[in-house]
Design a protein around this ligand. Structure first.
Ligand code: PRP
Length: 179
């Protein structure tokens, strides 16, 4: 397999800028939920790097859980507009303050479907935190309460986002070559 450098057109968000913004988001969330307990729900796989860095900056008591949904399918670069629950939560949401943590909101279909599902489980509150917002691609209106960066309509990878399942471990967000 070739190194990621051959696939990288440019670094869009370097590691230090990512980490600075994540610290700000953690501080903002901590202030908003002061005196409360919080449940963060990470949507796998892309959100996992962001979740683990974000929680280090949250100062209120926080638990987290994971769910997996599929929308794109391995290898595809377009959203299908369909989502399927691949792995559900183990915790109850009833009467909890909940934040959904995503790496990216693109068309919005994934987050819209997950919000609709989770609202039926009667959380005390339900918000969305996404590191990246590809807002010009939006097809459905979704609430985005905490947002790291608005990004252009380019195929990005790294820091949780994959290129055909690899390179999620890169500490920065890069733009893939289109060749
Ligand atoms: C990505 C991302 C979001 C979704 C956003 O997940 O993590 O869940 O797509 O796209 P949308 O707003 O157009 O619905 P993906 O299905 O690629 O799975 P992954 O996180 O496991 O890579």
């Amino acid at each position: 397999m070739q190194d990621y450098k051959g696939l990288l057109a440019e670094v869009l968000i370097p590691e230090d800028a990512l980490q600075r913004r994540i610290a700000e988001l953690g501080a903002e969330i901590s202030a908003d939920y002061a005196g409360e307990e919080l449940l963060l729900i990470c949507i796998l796989k892309g959100g996992v790097m962001f979740l683990t860095d974000l929680v280090r900056h949250i100062t209120v008591p926080v638990e987290f859980d994971f769910m997996a949904v599929s929308s794109y399918g391995a290898g595809a670069r377009q959203s299908s507009g369909q989502v399927r629950i691949e792995m559900d939560l183990r915790v109850s949401l009833t009467d909890k303050h909940v934040i959904l943590v995503e790496d990216i909101v693109d068309t919005g279909h994934t987050i819209a479907a997950v919000l609709e599902l989770l609202e039926t489980r009667r959380p005390k509150s339900l918000k969305v935190c996404s590191l990246l917002d590809k807002s010009e691609r939006r097809e459905v209106v979704v609430p985005l309460h905490y947002r790291g960066f608005d990004i252009p309509n380019k195929f990005v990878f790294g820091y949780g986002l994959d290129l055909d399942e690899y390179w999620r471990n890169l500490p920065f967000i890069g733009v893939a070559k289109t060749d």
